[in-house]
Design a protein around this ligand. Structure first.
Ligand code: SF4
Length: 649
C-alpha cells in the first residue's frame, strides 16, 4: 500500500515540516508495511507537471498538506486527479482545511476525508486502518490503474472504523458527512525527529519545532485557538539541533509560535546554540521582544554575527487596536529591546506590522509604521490582514465592516476604518519598503533621505507616488535600474542635493558587488586613473589593505577583484569583496587617501563582523546624518566627547 504526502510550497527554498513529521510518525508506528512517499512541489510548478508526477507514482492515497498559499492550487489538482487515478483516495489536512472540513467535502466530492488539527496520530491511525482493509486486492490493482480495490465489505468496514478515529471529517458510503470528535493534543516527545537525512535539503530552509501552541489570544490568528503550549524535551531538542549543526545546514527556522514564551526553554536552546555554534548555521526565531530580559540580552551580545535572527510581530502601535485584537504588547519595551539588540550589530531583526486591523485607519497605520521604523529593524514587513476561517476576526467581520478577497489568502480589501483606496496606498508603500529598505541595498541612501522628509512614512509614500506616476510599478527592474530610478526620483525631488545622493547611491551600488556596469549617475573617475593605478601597484607590494583573501594575486588581479571609488568630497573608498560583513554581506570598505608617490594611511570603515552596513563619515557620524551633523555644528551646539549627555548649557 502506498501513500503519497503531497506538499506544494510557496518557494523552492521552503520545505514542509508537516509532511516530514507525518511520515516519520506513521513509519515509527506502522513499520515498513506502508510505503509513504513525500512529493514536494512549489506553486510555480505547472498543474500539469504535478498531475503527471502524481500519476507516475500511482499512490493508493494522495494526502495533501493545505495552507493558505496553496489551497487554490490543491483544489484544482484534486478536481483532475480522479480523472487519471480514479481509485486513489484523496485526503486533506493542514491549517487551511482544519476548520471547514464539512464544507470542503460537500463542495469536493473527490475528497474522501479531511484531517483536523494535529495530524501525526490521526494520519497514522488512518493508514493503519486502510492497510488492514482490502489488503489482497489493493496491491496489484493500484499498480495498474490506481484502483485501491476496496471491496464493498471493506468499504463498510472502513466507514465503521473511521467513526473511532478522532480528528477527521469524512464521507460515508451513503454520502453523509461525518465529523468525529476532536483529537487529543499530542505529547511532543512522542514525535520522532522528522529528518532522517538531509538529502535534497542542502539549499533549503529547514523548519523545526520545539513547542506547539501559543499562550496568547490574538484575534486574527489560528494559533490562539490552541492555548495549551507543549514543549519538546530538552535532551531531544539538543540532539536534533546537533544533527543540523553537524551537517552545517544554512538555516533552521523554528516554527514555535512565540519561541520565548517560556524563558527557561528559550534560554537553554539559545545557550546551547551559542556554545555549539558551527560558524555557519543561522537559526530564526519568532519572539515577543517585550518578554526579553537582561540575561537574554547579555547572551545575545556574545553571539556570532548571524548565528540567530529574531522576528517580532509588533502589528500595530495603536493602543485601541491592540486592545481590540487582544494583544498584550508593551511597545516601549519592544522599542527598548530592539534598539539595544540593534546596537550589538550581530542579530538580524525583523519587525512586522499588519494593515487592516480594527480601529486602525490610514493615519494610525502610518503612525505605527513610523514608530516601528524608528526601532531600526533590518526588515520591516508590512502585511495585510488575512481573515482566516475559524478565527475570532472572522466572527467579527460584520462589526468591523471587513471585506476581503473571496479566495485565499482572504486578504483585507477594506474595513470600517480603511477604504480600498487606503489599502492600495499602503500596498504602494509596502512595495517601496520591500525594494528600497528590506533589500538592504540602499541603506546609505535611505539614511540620507530620512533627513529630507518629515517622517519615514512620507518618504515611502512619495516614492510610491512617483513610481506610480512614472509607470514603474508592477514591472520587473534590474538591480541597476532600481538605482537609476531612485536617483531620478531624488534628482527631481531635491535638485540641489544631486551630488549628495549621487555619492550615497554609488556607495550602496558598489557595497554589494563589483558590478561591471557603471550607473549613469556615478561620477566620472577619469581624472583619478593615475592615482588608482598607483594605489594598486603599491598595494601589490605592500599589502596594506588587501592582505586577507588576496594571497597569490598580483596588483592587476586585485584591481579587478576590488573596486575603488573617489567621492565628491575627495574621499577614496576601497571595496573589498573577499571580506564581507557577516550580517549584511556587504563588502568591507577602507577609506584611503591618494598621495603623491603612494598612499597615505587609510581607515577601516565597515565590513566583516562590524555588522553596521552604513558607512561612517570622517567625523564618525553616519553619512546619512551628515546634514544633521553639519546643522548641529552650524547651530553652534557644543558636543563634548562624552556625547550628547555632555552638552553643556
Ligand atoms: S499572533 Fe503570535 S502571539 Fe498572537 S496568538 Fe498567534 S502565534 Fe500567538
Amino acid at each position: 500500500m502506498k501513500c503519497l504526502l503531497a506538499a506544494i510550497n510557496a518557494k523552492y527554498i521552503h520545505s514542509n515540516l508537516g509532511v516530514y513529521s507525518l511520515k516519520a510518525y506513521a513509519e515509527k508506528h506502522l513499520g515498513q508495511d506502508v510505503e509513504i512517499e513525500i512529493g514536494e512541489y512549489t506553486i510555480n510548478h505547472s498543474q500539469e507537471a504535478i498531475l503527471a508526477d502524481l500519476y507516475r507514482r500511482k499512490p493508493d492515497v494522495a494526502a495533501f498538506s493545505c495552507y493558505i498559499w496553496n489551497i487554490d492550487y490543491v483544489k484544482q489538482l484534486i478536481a483532475d486527479l480522479p480523472k487519471v487515478l480514479p481509485g486513489t483516495r484523496i485526503w486533506l489536512g493542514g491549517p487551511e482545511v482544519s476548520y471547514n472540513g464539512a464544507g470542503l467535502l460537500s463542495r469536493f466530492p473527490q475528497v474522501s476525508l479531511v484531517m483536523k488539527g494535529e495530524g501525526e496520530e490521526t494520519f497514522s491511525r488512518l493508514l493503519s486502518c486502510f492497510r488492514s482493509l482490502g489488503k489482497e486486492e489493493r496491491g496489484t490493482a493500484a499498480k495498474t490503474e490506481g484502483q485501491t480495490g476496496l471491496t464493498q465489505l471493506d468499504e463498510e468496514g472502513w466507514d465503521q472504523a473511521l467513526e473511532h478515529i478522532p480528528g477527521i471529517v469524512y464521507r460515508r458510503r451513503d454520502s453523509r458527512i461525518q465529523d468525529t470528535k476532536t483529537a487529543p493534543l499530542m505529547d511532543l516527545n512522542d514525535l520522532p525527529f522528522p529528518y532522517q537525512n538531509m538529502e535534497g535539503m542542502e539549499h533549503r530552509i529547514i523548519y523545526y519545532e520545539s513547542s506547539r501552541g501559543c499562550p496568547f489570544s490574538c484575534s486574527y490568528c489560528l494559533s490562539s485557538l490552541d492555548k495549551t503550549v507543549r514543549f519538546r524535551r530538552m535532551d531531544l531538542v539538543k540532539k536534533e539541533l546537533a544533527f543540523f549543526l553537524e551537517r552545517r545546514v544554512p538555516q533552521v527556522k523554528f516554527v514555535d509560535r512565540t519561541f520565548n514564551c517560556k524563558k527557561s526553554h528559550a534560554m537553554e536552546i539559545w545557550r546551547y546554540l551559542a556554545e555549539h555554534d558551527n560558524g555557519v548555521t543561522n537559526f530564526h526565531f519568532e519572539i515577543s521582544a517585550d518578554l526579553l530580559d537582561e540575561e537574554e540580552l547579555s547572551l545575545f551580545r556574545k553571539m556570532r554575527p548571524g548565528l540567530i535572527q529574531l522576528e517580532t510581530g509588533v502589528q500595530t502601535a495603536n493602543p485601541r487596536t491592540l486592545q481590540e485584537i487582544r494583544r498584550k504588547t508593551d511597545l516601549n519595551r519592544i522599542r527598548e529591546m530592539t534598539l539595544r539588540i540593534h546596537c550589538f550589530q550581530n542579530i538580524h531583526q525583523h519587525l512586522d506590522l499588519i494593515a487592516g486591523l480594527p480601529w486602525e485607519d490610514k493615519e494610525s497605520f502610518l503612525n505605527s509604521f513610523d514608530q516601528v521604523y524608528a526601532m531600526r529593524p533590518d526588515q520591516l514587513q508590512l502585511g495585510f490582514l488575512k481573515v482566516l476561517k475559524g478565527s475570532f476576526m472572522e466572527e467579527q467581520k460584520e462589526a468591523y465592516g471587513l471585506t476581503f478577497t473571496e479566495r485565499p489568502p482572504f486578504e483585507v480589501l477594506s474595513t470600517r476604518w480603511l477604504s480600498y483606496a487606503d489599502v492600495l496606498e499602503l500596498k504602494r508603500i509596502e512595495e517601496m519598503v520591500e525594494v528600497y529598505y528590506n533589500s538592504g541595498q540602499f541603506s546609505n541612501t535611505i539614511k540620507q533621505m530620512e533627513g529630507f522628509f518629515p517622517r519615514p512614512a512620507r518618504m515611502f509614500q512619495e516614492l510610491g507616488e512617483w513610481h506610480e506616476q512614472m509607470g514603474l510599478r508592477d514591472m520587473g527592474h534590474s538591480r541597476l535600474a532600481r538605482y537609476e530610478n531612485l536617483f531620478r526620483f531624488l534628482a527631481e525631488r531635491f535638485p540641489d542635493e544631486g551630488d549628495l545622493f549621487r555619492d550615497a547611491l554609488t556607495v550602496d551600488y558598489y557595497l554589494r558587488e563589483n558590478a561591471g556596469t557603471r550607473p549613469s549617475f556615478a561620477r566620472d573617475q577619469k581624472e583619478y586613473r593615475e592615482g588608482i593605478r598607483s594605489f594598486y601597484q603599491e598595494e601589490g607590494k605592500a599589502r596594506r589593505y588587501l592582505n586577507c583573501g588576496y594571497e597569490g594575486f598580483d596588483s592587476r588581479q586585485m584591481a579587478k577583484m576590488t573596486h575603488l571609488e573617489v567621492l565628491g568630497d575627495g574621499r577614496v573608498l576601497l571595496f573589498d569583496y573577499r571580506n564581507r560583513d557577516a550580517l549584511t554581506k556587504n563588502a568591507a570598505v577602507w577609506e584611503i587617501a591618494f598621495a603623491a608617490g603612494g598612499v597615505q594611511d587609510g581607515e577601516f570603515i565597515c565590513g566583516s563582523g562590524s555588522g553596521d552596513h552604513r558607512l561612517k563619515s570622517e567625523d564618525g557620524s553616519d553619512p546619512g546624518n551628515r546634514r544633521s551633523a553639519d546643522r548641529r555644528r552650524e547651530g553652534g551646539g557644543r558636543i563634548s566627547d562624552a556625547g550628547e549627555s555632555g552638552i553643556s548649557s
